[in-house]
Ligand binder design. Structure first.
Ligand SMILES: CC(C)(COP(=O)(O)OP(=O)(O)OC[C@H]1O[C@@H](n2cnc3c(N)ncnc32)[C@H](O)[C@@H]1OP(=O)(O)O)[C@@H](O)C(=O)NCCC(=O)NCCS
Length: 158
């Protein structure tokens, strides 16, 4: 069944987040680095407390096999998003053994439905891996006109 996550699920949510970055090609030493793992735990704890965020998990007889995270964020208002409230989906992951059984689609559909019916988000953003893009396209997601760009911003020790 698909259900909202609880604090008892956080170990699994972190495990799924590691699986996601592993699938995206992150090297093992970086996956194991304690700094981001501790921060991820704190982040999941905060997200679970928010009314404008939702984490769904797929629970098969008490074992979690899939999850997804939805948050509504404040952004600069624009003609396309006049209230400055944008949804973000991330952490869509299914364990390898349970892939191809529809969990990813059901989780993502549940998050999109929540944005549409329960929040004031005027659009939903995500970054898609090739595996995830199959699901997102079917739900109406399209490539953004302008490419996402980023640069590392290292914190210098002073
Ligand atoms: C993307 C991901 C979450 C999909 O999860 P899933 O539970 O397998 O998704 P579904 O079962 O709903 O399948 C969705 C589509 O993926 C394809 N697919 C997924 N797993 C597959 C598998 N093992 N073999 C073949 N096709 C598969 C199918 O084409 C399927 O489409 P269909 O419903 O038309 O058959 C999963 O592949 C995953 O965790 N990947 C690594 C992390 C990742 O890339 N996350 C997305 C971040 S944006």
């Amino acid at each position: 069944m698909i259900r909202p996550a609880t604090p008892a699920d956080i170990d699994d949510l972190i495990r799924f987040r590691v699986i996601m970055f592993e699938a995206m090609g992150t090297a093992q030493p970086d996956l194991d680095a304690p700094e981001w793992l501790a921060a991820a735990r704190a982040w999941f704890e905060r997200v679970l407390e928010r009314d404008d965020a939702l984490i769904l998990v797929a629970d098969v007889d008490g074992h979690l096999v899939s999850c997804g995270v939805a948050e509504v964020k404040h952004i600069g208002p624009s003609p396309g998003c006049p209230n400055g409230r944008a949804g973000v989906i991330n952490n869509i992951v299914t364990v390898v053994q349970a892939r191809g059984q529809g969990w990813g689609r059901r989780i993502t559909h549940g998050l999109v439905d929540w944005f549409d019916t329960e929040t004031d988000a005027r659009r939903v953003d995500l970054y898609a891996t090739p595996d995830g893009a199959l699901i997102y396209r079917d739900l109406g997601f399209t490539e953004h006109t302008f490419p996402a760009m980023q640069r590392p911003s290292p914190r210098l020790e002073r």
